[in-house]
Design a binder for this molecule. Structure first.
Ligand SMILES: Cc1cc2nc3c(=O)[nH]c(=O)nc-3n(C[C@H](O)[C@H](O)[C@H](O)COP(=O)(O)OP(=O)(O)OC[C@H]3O[C@@H](n4cnc5c(N)ncnc54)[C@H](O)[C@@H]3O)c2cc1C
Length: 272
């Protein structure tokens, strides 16, 4: 008998991702002038504890004008609003989960005009949203000789979480590109980490300073590499690691977190 997934694939139908669960804002707190921590809570918020770091959580935002949350339906290919419009769904890094209060922290970059960025800037306790996930995180190899982490401001929450989980005795080199000096956070949770901050080059595409830093870095043989940030910059980093350094792909995890000039969820879908 055919597997249900195989049947679905033949019919052009994708397996439904985890459903969205309603949540509300419990607290909003600035981490830096460019990063805001939003704590979300909801009775059905399960599965966010005990997961691997640098995972993903999909956030369904309320309607732009009314502030009301309209739940989405899976149509076999994507989530849509009941009237057929595409919803505003964005992906973030699930951080601390408090099982007692069923609440989850996200940290959202205030980067300028963007549905999630605007929402986080104005969010107040009680505001509705919905969460789906968590998605897969990063499997830490406890035997790795070293770790090399690189990212932009959107990767800061994941990098902070990784630093809290990587083996304390293993050296970690961290490179972060920031758009302004006040984007720096206290990344002091790993005793063997060295952190280098790189200012964005104003006339170059986002991620260029990070790409340059990775190009000249000394990467320990066998180090596990994790990088995330603007998609085109991540593509340049992938090419550099695989083609110029000839690093084996299984040692690397390089993820495009957002696309310059394109609004919407990284996994597709536009959103109003
Ligand atoms: C697995 C995963 C984890 C992520 N974790 C985080 C996280 O913890 N915190 C976080 O803030 N982001 C995170 N992101 C990135 C986040 O999903 C995107 O930045 C998202 O596009 C922001 O949505 P928005 O509605 O604010 O902007 P959009 O409406 O999507 O975009 C509007 C415009 O802003 C630009 N833009 C989008 N993001 C940025 C940015 N950061 N800097 C400058 N310009 C931008 C777009 O290119 C577009 O031109 C993660 C992404 C993934 C895939």
């Amino acid at each position: 008998m055919a597997e249900p997934d195989a049947d679905a694939r033949r019919a052009g139908v994708r397996r439904a991702p985890p459903p969205f669960k309603p949540v509300e804002v419990r607290a909003v707190e600035p981490v830096t002038p460019r990063l805001t921590r939003v704590t979300l809570t909801g009775p059905d918020l399960e599965g966010y504890d005990g997961r691997d770091p640098a995972a993903s959580a999909r956030l369904l935002l309320p309607e732009h004008r009314s502030g009301q949350l309209v739940m989405v339906q899976w149509n076999g290919n994507e989530f849509l609003l009941p009237d057929g419009r595409r919803p505003a769904i964005r992906t973030f890094t699930p951080l601390t989960f408090d099982a007692a209060s069923r609440s989850l922290d996200l940290e959202i970059v205030l980067h300028g005009a963007g549905r999630a960025s605007d929402w986080a800037r104005a969010a107040e306790p009680g505001a509705p949203a919905a969460l789906s996930g968590p998605g897969r995180g990063y499997k830490i190899d406890a035997d790795a000789p070293a770790f090399f982490l690189a990212g932009d401001e959107t990767a800061l929450p994941a990098i902070g979480q990784l630093l809290g989980r990587l083996p304390a005795g293993t050296p970690v080199e961290v490179h972060i590109e920031i758009g302004a000096a006040d984007a720096r956070t206290a990344l002091d949770t790993h005793p063997s980490a060295s952190v280098a901050w790189h200012d964005s080059a104003p006339d170059e595409p986002p991620g260029s300073a990070l790409v340059s830093a990775v190009r000249v870095a000394e990467i320990v043989d066998g180090a596990r590499i994790w990088a995330a940030g603007e998609a085109a910059a991540m593509q340049r980093i992938r090419r550099h690691l695989f083609e110029e350094r000839e690093i084996a792909r299984p040692l690397t995890t390089v993820r495009g977190y957002w696309k310059h000039g394109r609004a919407g969820d990284n996994g597709g879908g536009g959103g109003d």
